[in-house]
Design a protein around this ligand. Structure first.
Ligand code: KIV
Length: 321
């Protein structure tokens, strides 16, 4: 008989018609999706941009990138506050050298996948390079695609005061905006590489002014990336919007890390500010090695991992052989 298989927590509930041709038939009762169970008990409610804005000085905000459905389910099960569909997907998922190579269509696609997890976490989509540099109308159209086609609940864009006109235009279209100052990877060539920013007094003061302007114009939060800890602290004190640090020291209102870094899914070559909380790449390699060994030994699949017919049908079929 067809064996009832456990299904992963994030698998959509199968219809299970009992039809012998349906591999999902005779399944175990569907496993409840943990993130939805939280709704049932009313323990967590949907995180919103105004909700994040109101958390200045409150409980620290935990943010992680996610680029697909299972990543979003995992982040949401962990109670992460905000999921950023970052343009870091270029490096982490697509193996590109810089974030300059990823376009709007790809971010829309990844955002849609994240949104299918229906996370409690606020879903913020990154605006790729050149999608907010060609004027306000073009910028609003691009931000609108992330919301309408991707389902994003807010957008993030890199840059300080010179981006105020486009930020105002997006806000005017009722789309919440997250700012991003410091080491802005889309400026890699202008910065002369991925270098810690704000290490000299003038640059640090400029960055504080940039962050204040982003906060004052209405950004609901601001990412501060790759700056000395004291600058992370000063900006956090100076601005009303909650700051989310990455390589900006411990004083920001929240922290963000890339999903693959925090889970140890990379090659082990992590920047100084990353703390890998697991070694999933090593575990995945070991698991696949065991899988390969079992195939070669002939011990996979086993009897209970195979489909069967009744003894009568088996006997009939064997007569032919
Ligand atoms: O794209 C990204 O992942 C980011 C975070 C590092 C803030 O912008």
């Amino acid at each position: 008989m067809i064996r009832a298989r456990p299904i992963p927590a994030y698998t959509a509930t199968p219809t299970g018609t009992g039809d012998q041709g349906d591999v999902h038939s005779e399944m175990a009762p569907p496993v409840p999706v943990v993130s939805r169970r939280r709704y049932d008990f009313g323990l967590m409610s949907k995180v919103t941009a105004p909700g994040i804005r109101s958390r200045k000085g409150g409980p620290k905000i935990a943010v992680v990138t996610a680029y697909d459905f299972p990543g979003a389910v995992i982040a949401d099960r962990a109670g992460i506050d905000m999921i950023l569909v970052g343009d870091s997907v270029a490096n982490v998922v697509h193996g590109m050298d810089t974030t300059l190579e990823i376009g709007l269509d790809e971010i829309v696609l990844h955002t849609r996948a994240v949104k299918r997890a229906k996370p409690n976490a606020l879903v913020v989509a990154d605006m790729p390079w050149l999608t907010f540099h060609l004027g306000e109308e073009d910028t609003v159209r691009n931000a609108g695609r992330l919301v309408r086609e991707g389902g994003a609940e807010a957008v993030k864009l890199e840059g300080g005061r010179k981006r105020l006109p486009v930020i105002e235009a997006i806000l005017d279209a009722e789309i919440p905006v997250m700012g991003h100052v410091g080491l802005t990877p889309q400026s890699v060539h202008a910065m002369g590489g991925f270098k810690v920013q704000g290490k000299v007094v003038d640059a640090a003061r400029e960055m504080i002014e940039d962050a204040k302007a982003l906060s004052d114009v209405g950004c609901f939060s601001i990412v501060i990336e790759g700056v000395p800890d004291i600058l992370g602290e000063l900006i956090t004190k100076e601005v009303d919007a909650p700051t989310i640090g990455i390589g900006a020291g411990p004083s920001t209102d929240g922290q963000v890390l890339v999903f693959h870094d925090v889970l140890g899914l990379g090659d082990g070559n992590y920047p100084k500010f990353v703390r890998p909380y697991a070694s999933l790449a090593d575990e995945a390699v070991a698991a696949l090695e065991r899988f390969k060994a079992d195939i070669q030994k002939g011990s996979f699949p086993g009897d209970d991992e195979s489909y069967h017919v009744t003894d009568e049908i088996a006997a009939e079929l064997l007569k032919d052989s």
